[in-house]
Structures are given as C-alpha cells and as structure tokens.
Design a protein around this ligand. Structure first.
Ligand SMILES: [Zn+2]
Length: 121
C-alpha cells in the first residue's frame, strides 16, 4: 500500500542564523565565514564549516575582518592570542576579500573638474 496521508505542507527549509562578531548582523550561516579555534589553540578560517573546535562567524566583508582584527574580536571570542602564523594566514585570506565600499576611481573626479562649466553667476 502506498503511503497514506501524504499531505505534508511544503515548508521553507529552516535557515540557521549566525551573528557576525564584528558588525553583529545576523545572517544565514552560509553567508558568513566561519573561523575556528582548533583544539590545539590555532585560529584559522574554516571554509567547510566542519572543523571541530570553537567557531565564530564573520561576514564575507573586508570591513568586518579588519574590525575584528583591529579590535581583537577573534582573540576575545576565542580567549587566545593569535600567533603570528595564524594571523598571517588570516591576513592572506582577508587580502582576497572584496571591498564593500565602492572606491571612486580618481578619473571620475578629474572628469567632473574638466567637464562643461556651469554658469552660476
Ligand atoms: Zn559583519
């Protein structure tokens, strides 16, 4: 006999939320990057999200990572001091992040200056 009462309503999948330790925005876990403190005290990025250890989450946003490092948020979160090696590993990763604030190309400023003059008198 086929399954009776197959009436389960389609529910949207539960989205696990996490909070960025830098900007404190709550976002779906998959949009955040996980940093893990491994059981032997190293702090590293965990791209798979499956490493064992204590985790912290950050937006994939340069400003959040810069803030987290500047304010030692990771160290506070993990109660460790980042070793130079771990810090270098994170720095290398951070360097690959896109800047979230669009940088005005200097050309544009020049164009405005050399553009047609507006008579304001
Ligand atoms: Zn953030």
């Amino acid at each position: 006999m086929a399954k009776a009462g197959n009436k389960q309503p389609k529910r949207p999948k539960h989205v696990p939320l996490r909070t960025c330790i830098a900007c404190h925005e709550t976002k779906p876990k998959r949009e955040l990057l996980r940093v893990v403190r491994t059981p032997d005290g190293h702090v590293m990025l965990d791209p798979t999200g499956k490493k064992s250890g204590r985790g912290a989450y950050l937006c994939a946003r340069l400003s959040c990572w810069e803030n987290a490092l500047k304010k030692k948020r990771l160290e506070q979160e993990f109660e460790v001091t980042l070793s130079e090696e771990d810090r270098a590993g994170l720095d290398a990763f951070i360097a690959t992040l896109p800047r979230d604030e669009p940088v005005q190309p200097p050309e544009k400023v020049q164009k405005v200056q050399s553009g047609r003059k507006k008579t304001t008198s």
